[in-house]
Write a protein that binds this ligand. Sequence first.
Ligand SMILES: Nc1ncnc2c1ncn2[C@@H]1O[C@H](COP(=O)(O)OP(=O)(O)OP(=O)(O)O)[C@@H](O)[C@H]1O
Ligand SMILES: [Mg+2]
Length: 232
Amino acid sequence: MKDERIDLGIPGLDKLLKGGIPRVNTILVTGAPGTGKSIFGLQFLVDGANKKEPGVYVTSEESLESINQNAESLGINLEELEKKNLISIIPQSVTGKILSLEEPLKQIRKNKARRIVIDSLTMFEFIYDKDYRRGLISFLTEAKELGITLLAISENFSSNISDMVFKEEDFLFDGLILLFKIRKGASFERCIHIAKMRGENYPINIYPLTITKGGMKILTDQIPFSLSEKEF
Ligand SMILES: Nc1ncnc2c1ncn2[C@@H]1O[C@H](COP(=O)(O)OP(=O)(O)OP(=O)(O)O)[C@@H](O)[C@H]1O
Ligand SMILES: [Mg+2]
């Protein structure tokens, strides 16, 4: 199992990563609001579910209804996957009951989950407060021991790649993927950049991406029009 590789389930990205990433891995997907972070996470779990690899989605961000609606707009029948125990959604209320990572960890063991999404890392700040970094490191170590793929999501306040500020936690993960929008004139373009993927040989370019009914897709054979020298 140590050398096993998996796809992330995002068309185009798996091609850039030349056949996916090692299964035991921790990846952070970061970006400004509306850049596609949650969709990335959902697609990653659906890809696992299609391969009969159960996944757990822990969210402090959205209600169950809103996650189901988001999935539905992408043509994903989340409720059916939940019924089959292929995806479990665990909402963590920041304002309501006290957050804890016990429940998600219990669910991972019970379902023999292979993939977990944490949407977003803000919940660690609520759980661990001043001990945030220590709490996160121990959770990442636990994920490695469980032999799963952990995909965490974090917010980045800059929507522009050139003034994105890296945070402490960015250094703790094996992989770091940036999602952002680039403006050219009155248009915005969705883009992706693999900032790091430990032990892997990957292209360090910026690629455009699309989000449609079919989900998120990376256009690996294009350079973003917003970065092109030629005026359109
Ligand atoms: N079916 C669809 N077709 C086209 N675009 C869609 C579709 N479904 C969602 N989107 C777009 O994808 C965008 C990104 O959604 P997503 O919820 O993944 O963003 P996010 O980065 O998680 O945002 P936040 O930080 O607010 O949680 C949405 O703002 C929406 O515009
Ligand atoms: Mg989101």
